[in-house]
Design a protein. Structure first.
Length: 325
């Protein structure tokens, strides 16, 4: 057992978090994470409407009596999704934890606080982590440059971000980006984090509602097979290097690309089709450099127990023996 401020904060057994995963973090995956003693977040935007989110929360409750939360990703769009509706459902359904990501959650903080909901904000820089603490977030998830999805534009890797965040914050935080095994967990704890958050690694698990071809692609590809798309739009996203990603890069390289030029490739609908139908060249899929460390498709429980068991043994045996020598 590894006890940290984050296991205490969430009331879970293991210092491992499954962050929001568009289309992937449904009740099937998140309940498996909760039942394995870790903390999972279902991604509200995957469900399209507040009522569908409510149904999914109830479904998840039917599958687990352990804690789980909801991810709210605040997108940089002119016509925002129904965030107030999602939050209202979370309050009504007794959700105790929300993972916010994307834009600053400040406008929603008073309402979340009043409802007694604890907020863990995911961000990609120390200055944003400090800001999150200042506006009343209860915990932070700090995403290094190697992460899947949106790493921000600063390009600072976990090895630097984690100790800097540890120096800057008093609230608990998890290290995110590049984690997939017990060595990563032990390393994150040594660098000052209270746990790890994983995305890509959870996509390659039995319970993830993802076509087998996509899971196998994560096993077959390595740390070199990601690309950053939408850099020119200052909305960088780390994705699997495939035909779709290459098409986006070609359009960007031609110059002056706008979101309208690539929308047909990066749209959520294309990504959903790819995840469900298994054509791994068809759409863009957020994946991290941690693909290099993914060699199998275990159950969620197998994965979490392996990671925590390996971290424990590294700390108790390898590191303890070195310190004594
Ligand atoms: C397929 C996929 C979809 C993701 N979708 C979201 C999302 O909707 N919202 C969000 O906050 N993060 C999202 N992420 C990012 C993860 O929550 C996590 O921060 C990231 O994957 C950590 O890096 P790692 O993949 O190296 O573990 C996604 C990641 C993946 C792999």
């Amino acid at each position: 057992m590894i006890k940290t401020r984050i296991t205490e904060f969430f009331g879970v057994e293991h210092p491992v978090v499954q962050g929001g995963l568009m289309w992937v973090a449904t009740s099937q995956l998140t309940a498996a994470v909760a039942n394995a003693g870790a903390m999972g977040f279902m991604t509200a935007l995957s469900f399209g409407t507040a009522d569908r989110l409510r149904e999914e929360i109830r479904k998840c409750r039917d599958m687990t009596d352990k804690p789980f939360g909801i991810n709210l990703t605040f997108l940089p769009t002119l016509t925002p999704p129904d965030y107030p509706g999602y939050i209202q459902v979370c309050v009504e359904e007794g959700i105790r934890f929300i993972e916010t990501a994307g834009r600053n959650p400040e406008p929603y903080m008073p309402y979340l606080k009043e409802a007694g909901i604890k907020v863990i904000h995911k961000c990609t820089s120390v200055r944003h982590a400090i800001k999150a603490q200042k506006i009343g977030c209860d915990a932070v998830s700090i995403d290094g440059f190697e992460c899947a999805g949106h790493p921000g534009e600063d390009d600072v890797t976990s090895l630097i971000l984690i100790p800097l965040t540890a120096d800057a914050l008093t609230i608990p935080f998890v290290a995110s980006g590049g984690f997939g095994d017990g060595r990563g967990l032990a390393g994150a704890l040594a660098l000052g984090a209270d746990g790890i958050n994983m995305g890509t690694r959870f996509v390659a698990t039995k319970e993830a509602p993802v076509h087998g071809n996509v899971k196998q692609a994560l096993v077959d590809h390595d740390e070199l097979n990601t690309r950053l798309i939408m850099r020119t739009l200052r909305n960088s996203e780390r994705v699997l290097l495939n035909e779709a990603a290459q098409n986006v890069l070609d359009i960007e390289a031609a110059g002056n690309a706008s979101i309208d030029d690539i929308r047909h490739i990066v749209s959520g609908k294309v990504g959903l089709d790819m995840i469900r139908e298994g054509d791994t060249e068809k759409g863009v899929l957020s994946t991290g450099q941690v693909m290099g460390l993914i060699r199998d498709v275990p159950s969620v429980a197998e994965l979490i127990h392996r990671i925590v068991g390996d971290a424990e043994s590294i700390i108790k045996r390898r590191l303890a023996a070195m310190a004594q020598a």
